[in-house]
Each structure stands twice: as structure tokens, then as C-alpha cells.
Design a protein around this ligand. Structure first.
Ligand code: NDP
Length: 396
């Protein structure tokens, strides 16, 4: 039996992972399931899958979790340290599907104990790519991409020499505002941004798709994961969301991965790797689909894509600043305190300021440095949004 842990089990990716696992429960021994506020889901899944341990990220939710699992023999725990301890339990395959930089530590710990890490949590690679990749190498652990575009690239690279790759093209649906004119975007609300045309995902990534911050993170993720240069990674808007990525080789060949917009494709590939097994996904009928469309993204409409280039060219911890500033700006947008277009403006201001005044470029990408800079970037967004003044940030 394969020992499996799922971090972020109650979320969109976590639930799709559980959907695949529950079809063949006899193959898996569930070590740990983790969630946040959704205790009912966490407890129900822990009972159904006979997990050894259930962890909520929030200490104040522990009594509720304990009550829900009383008498089941399932261990319970709460908080960030408990999440890291859960990742330290021996497992063969670990799904990293916590949303945000909070997913970094459990992912690192899982790699340190040699697990195969199925990585949906792109923020880990953006905030600390070199640290994650070096940790995997040091402990002979493997990271398998779960983001659909990166899974597509990974599959297209199967058996190929990475040195023959000229370019990688990530596709983007264009999100909820794909057909909105630029002038209207300033008025866009979080509720409107949450209406994704093709994919069903968690709230935060859905809004990030509308702003293309999600694609910006993915471009950086591709650089880190496949060790590419910024100029080798392109983005194309592809409204049908059927081609997930292309890999272009030195002989001009373009290899594409085509599949329904269903994350169980990429999750299932990572779960079954290095084999392919049947998955409960739609088999595409391309004749009835008729046509596939591709367009270059409008960088005025999606400034996050331009910022991703700045981050890649700067290197160091600018990815940490970018991700943390983006996460905090998104909090303010969801709370209705800043507008849709303000998100990229405040992230750009903080990125410029911190990169000019802090030694971000030459500093080592250690967990301590990442966590320190992450905090500063969040405080900088707070200072900018709440007080309109970046100088109010206390720099350590
Ligand atoms: P969701 O918001 O649906 O789920 C997030 C999960 O993380 C939930 O289990 C949530 O718990 C938990 N969580 C939230 N905050 C914390 C925290 N501070 N500490 C620990 N756990 C926490 O997100 P998605 O499933 O959509 O996305 C998960 C990750 O996968 C993200 O990094 C995203 O970018 C990536 N991804 C998602 C895709 C998708 O289709 N959804 C596609 C590709 C990548 P609870 O809900 O109980 O509060």
C-alpha cells in the first residue's frame, strides 16, 4: 500500500485528489489529511479514508475537530507546527495543495523525509524555488508538477533532452475578464472575478486567473521547475483551455498536451507516475470542438505578466516579495479595500521599493530569509494600502 498525505485536503485540489483516491481506497494508506476552517469536510474525509492523523491549520478549530473525530481513533492536531510534524511522518506521496506561502514549510519537510511531492502549491516555487529544488536533490526526493500547464510541459518533455528545448508556451484562459475592455477593469469586483469561464478552482486562484497574477506565478514556477530562462517562457491566451502548454524544440517541433479542463488529469498523472492509468475524465471530441484559438496577452490589461519578467530577471528573493505582496494585495481586494487594478499597482510599488532598498538579490534563499522577507513584503502592502505610505514599514 502506498502511504499518502494530502495537505490542503479540504480545498479544490485536495478534493479532486480525494476523488481519485476514494475510487481505489484499497491501494492507499492515508497518513495525514490537513485543512483549515472546513472541519466538517476534513473530519468526514479522515473517517472515510481511515486517515491516521487530521490537522487543521487553525488552533481555535482544534476543539471542533477533536469533537468531530472523537471515538474514531484518528489523531488530531492544529497549527503550523503540527502541519510540519504531519509532513515529517513517513509517506511515499504527498500532495501539496495548501493555498499560499503557508504551503512552503510542509512541502520542504516532506521532501526532507524523501517523499515524492505532488506540487500544486505554486507559491512554494515562486517564493523559494532554489530552496525547494535543492532540498529535493539533497534528499533524493522528487517533485512532480500538478499545475496543469507544468504537468503538460513535464509530459511533453518525457524522454526528451531539456537542452533541445527552445521555448515553453503556457496557455491562459484569460479568466473572468477576458472579454472586458481595459477601461472597465478598475470597477471589477471580487464576486465578478470569481466567475471563471472554464475551470472550477478555489476562490483565490480564480481571482488570480482574472488578473493573470496566477499566470505570472506560473511563468516563474516554470523557470524554477524546468530551469529555464525568462526569454524561453511565453504565454498565449487560449479561451478554450484545452491545450495546457506547448514545448518547442530546436527542430521547430511543438509538442502540446491537450485535455479537458479538469485538474484530475494532472493530479492523476502525478499520482500514477511513472505509469499512466485510466482516469475519470472526459475524453475530448475534437471534431465537435471544431476550433482552438490563441492570442498574445495584452500586457496593459495584465500587468502581472510584465512584473513576472522583472522578478525573473532580478532573481534572489524578489519572487518572495512578489508572491507575498500579491497574496496581501488579494486579501485587500477580496475585502473590498482596493480595486482590481490597484492590486498590480501596489505589488509593483512594493517590488520596486524593496528591491531598491533591501538586499534581496544576493541573499541566500534560506527558509529564514524567505520568511523574513515575506513578512516585510506583507507589511509593506499594509503600510501602502492602510496608510498610503511605504515608509511606515519597520525593516529588520
Ligand atoms: P482552495 O482555497 O480551494 O484550498 C486551499 C486549501 O488550503 C484548503 O484545504 C484550505 O483549508 C487550506 N488552507 C487555507 N489557508 C491555509 C493556511 N494558512 N494553512 C494551511 N492550510 C490552509 O485552493 P485550491 O485547491 O484552488 O488551490 C490550492 C493550491 O493549488 C494553490 O497553491 C493553487 O495555486 C494551486 N492550484 C490550484 C488549481 C485548482 O484548479 N484549484 C490548479 C493549479 C494549481 P480550508 O478550506 O479548510 O480552510
Amino acid at each position: 500500500m502506498r502511504r499518502i498525505s494530502i495537505f490542503g485536503a479540504t480545498g479544490s485540489i485536495g478534493q479532486s485528489t480525494i476523488d481519485l483516491i476514494r475510487r481505489e481506497k484499497e491501494l492507499y494508506d492515508i497518513v495525514a489529511l490537513t485543512g483549515g476552517a472546513n472541519i466538517a469536510q476534513l473530519a468526514a474525509d479522515a473517517i472515510e479514508l481511515k486517515a491516521q492523523l487530521a490537522v487543521t491549520a487553525y488552533g481555535d478549530k482544534l476543539p471542533e475537530l477533536r469533537a468531530a473525530l472523537a471515538g474514531t481513533g484518528i489523531e488530531v492536531a492544529a497549527g503550523a507546527i503540527a502541519l510540519a510534524e504531519a509532513a515529517n511522518r513517513p509517506a511515499d506521496w504527498v500532495m501539496s495543495a495548501i493555498v499560499g506561502a503557508a504551503g512552503l514549510k510542509p512541502g520542504l519537510v516532506a521532501l526532507e523525509q524523501g517523499a515524492t511531492l505532488a506540487l500544486a502549491n505554486k507559491e512554494s516555487l515562486v517564493t523559494a524555488g532554489p530552496l525547494l529544488m535543492q532540498t529535493a536533490k539533497k534528499h533524493q526526493a522528487r517533485i512532480l508538477p500538478v499545475d496543469s500547464e507544468h504537468s503538460a510541459v513535464f509530459q511533453a518533455l518525457n524522454g526528451e533532452d531539456i537542452k533541445t528545448v527552445k521555448r515553453v508556451i503556457l496557455t491562459a484562459s484569460g479568466g473572468a475578464f477576458r472579454d472586458w475592455p481595459l477601461e472597465q477593469l478598475a470597477e471589477a469586483t471580487a464576486a465578478q472575478a470569481m466567475k471563471h469561464p472554464n475551470w472550477s478552482m478555489g476562490a483565490r486562484i480564480t481571482i488570480d486567473s482574472a488578473s493573470m497574477f496566477n499566470k505570472a506565478l506560473e511563468v516563474i514556477e516554470a523557470k524554477e521547475f524546468f530551469d529555464l530562462r525568462s526569454d524561453q517562457i511565453e504565454v498565449l491566451v487560449h479561451p478554450e483551455s484545452l491545450v495546457h502548454a506547448f514545448v518547442g524544440f530546436c527542430d521547430g517541433a511543438l509538442m502540446a498536451h491537450v485535455g479537458a479542463p479538469d485538474m484530475r488529469h494532472a493530479i492523476g498523472y502525478a499520482l500514477n507516475w511513472p505509469h499512466r492509468r485510466p482516469l475519470p475524465v472526459e475524453m475530448l471530441d475534437l471534431a465537435s470542438q471544431g476550433q482552438l484559438n490563441f492570442q498574445s496577452p495584452n500586457l496593459q490589461k495584465y500587468p502581472a505578466l510584465r512584473l513576472a519578467r522583472v522578478v525573473m530577471e532580478q532573481g534572489g528573493l524578489s519572487g518572495t516579495v512578489f508572491n507575498a505582496a500579491k497574496e496581501r494585495a488579494l486579501d485587500y481586494f477580496i475585502a473590498g479595500q482596493i480595486g482590481f487594478c490597484d492590486m498590480s499597482s501596489v505589488v509593483e510599488t512594493v517590488l520596486d521599493d524593496l528591491c531598491a532598498t533591501t538586499d534581496l538579490i544576493d541573499v541566500d534563499v534560506t527558509l529564514d530569509n524567505v520568511q523574513h522577507i515575506d513578512l516585510i513584503a506583507r507589511e509593506a502592502i499594509d503600510a501602502l494600502v492602510v496608510h498610503g505610505d511605504l515608509k511606515l514599514v519597520i525593516r529588520g
